[in-house]
Design a protein around this ligand. Sequence first.
Ligand code: NAG
Ligand code: NAG
Length: 383
Amino acid sequence: MIPPSAVSVFAFVAAHARALFALPAQEVVLGASGSGGAAGHGRALFFDIQAHRGGRGNTVENTLPGFAWGLINGATTLELDNGITKDGVVVVWHDENITPQKCIDTGPAFPDDPDYPYVGKFVANLTLAQLKTLDCGSKRQLGYPHQLTFPHTPISTLKELFSFLECADPQHRVLLNIESKVDANWDNRTRDPLTFVEKQYEAFKDSGRMDAITYQSFDWRTLVAMKSLDPTVMTSALIDDETAAETETEPSPWLAGLKLSSFPGPTLGEQIAQAAHSIRADIISPAATALRSRGVDPEGEAYEGFVTREMVEEARRLGVRVKPWTVNRLNVVERMMNWKVDGIITDYPDVVRRWASQQNLPVAPRYPKQRVFSCLDRYMGRR
Ligand SMILES: *[C@@H]1O[C@H](CO)[C@@H](O)[C@H](O)[C@H]1NC(C)=O
Ligand SMILES: *[C@@H]1O[C@H](CO)[C@@H](O)[C@H](O)[C@H]1NC(C)=O
C-alpha cells in the first residue's frame, strides 16, 4: 500500500482532472494502491487544507460565520472543537471556560439566575440555555488583526452546524476535523472522555457525514474509545511538546497511558509516530512549531520545530498520515511539504490555498458566497 503522501503531484493532478469529469458525485478514489489520498477516507480529491477553527485568521473562530467563510475560501476541511454543556449538549467551542476576550454577557437565561454572569464559567458548568445568551462574535482576537467580527453570534451546537452545512454543502463535499476538548489534567473542568465519545458519535451518525469526519484529540483516551466504539471512524492524534512531556516514571496524562520512551526510536518524533500507530490512529497532527520556540519562522532566529522529518518519515512507513498545525507562514508550509506531509491546518486557508494552487496541487472549489450567506442568514436565526 502506497501511503498517500508518496502519491506524486502528477497523481494529485490526475485525480483532480478525473474529479472534474466525474461531477456531480465529486468523489474519486485513487487506484487500489491509494489509501485515502489527500483528504478523507476514500476521497483523494484535494490537497487537505484545513481551516483551523473555521479559519480564525479571517473570521471569529468556531462560529457559523467562520465556517461560512471557510467554505467560501475553499478550505478542503473545516477544523473545529467540541465541548459538552452541563445538560449534555455538544457545542462548537474551543475553550473550557467562557473568556471575556471572546464572549460578552447579554443577560441571564432566566430571571435571578444565580449562575449569572456566565463569562468566566466553564462550559461544563453551564446549560445550553445559559450559553446561548452569550455574544461570542463581537470581539476581534489579539494577534488576528484581519479577523471579521459578527456581532451577536451565539455559540452553536454541533447539530446546528450540521444543519447549516446541509444547506450550504448539500452534496456533503466538505470534510470535517472535529476535536474533543477533554482536559486530561483536570477532570472537573470538562466532561469525561466516554461522554464525549458517545455524544459526539451520536451527532456524527445523525449528520449522515460520518465518511467526511475525522475525530481528533490531544486526549488519546477519546481516540482509543472511539475506535473501540466504531473502528471505521477516522482518528487523528494531536500532540505537542506539552502533551508529549512525561517523567522517568509517569506517562503523560494525555496519551492514554502510553509511555513514549517505551516505543522504538531513536528520536521522539519516531516514538510519537509509533505510539499513534499503536492506538490505530489514522493521522498524527503534531504542532509544527514547538511551544517553547522563541522564533516564529524557520528562516529567522531561535526557531524550534516540533514535528520533525523523522516523525513524518516514520509515520509514512507505518501508513499513518501527518497533518501539522497551526501553520500560518508559507516558510513553514514549504518546510512541511518538503517532508511530504498530507495536509496543513491553518488559520489562513485562503493563503495556503493560493500557495497550493501555484504548486499545482489540486485545491477544493470555493463555495458560492451568495448561497453560503443565505444559509448563514437562515441558521443564524435572522430569517
Ligand atoms: C463543573 O463541571 C465539572 C464537570 O462536569 C464537575 O466535575 C464540577 O463539579 C463542576 N463544578 C461546579 C462548580 O459545578
Ligand atoms: C476543580 O478542582 C480543583 C481542586 O480540587 C478546584 O480548585 C477547582 O475550583 C475545581 N474546578 C471546577 C471548575 O470545579
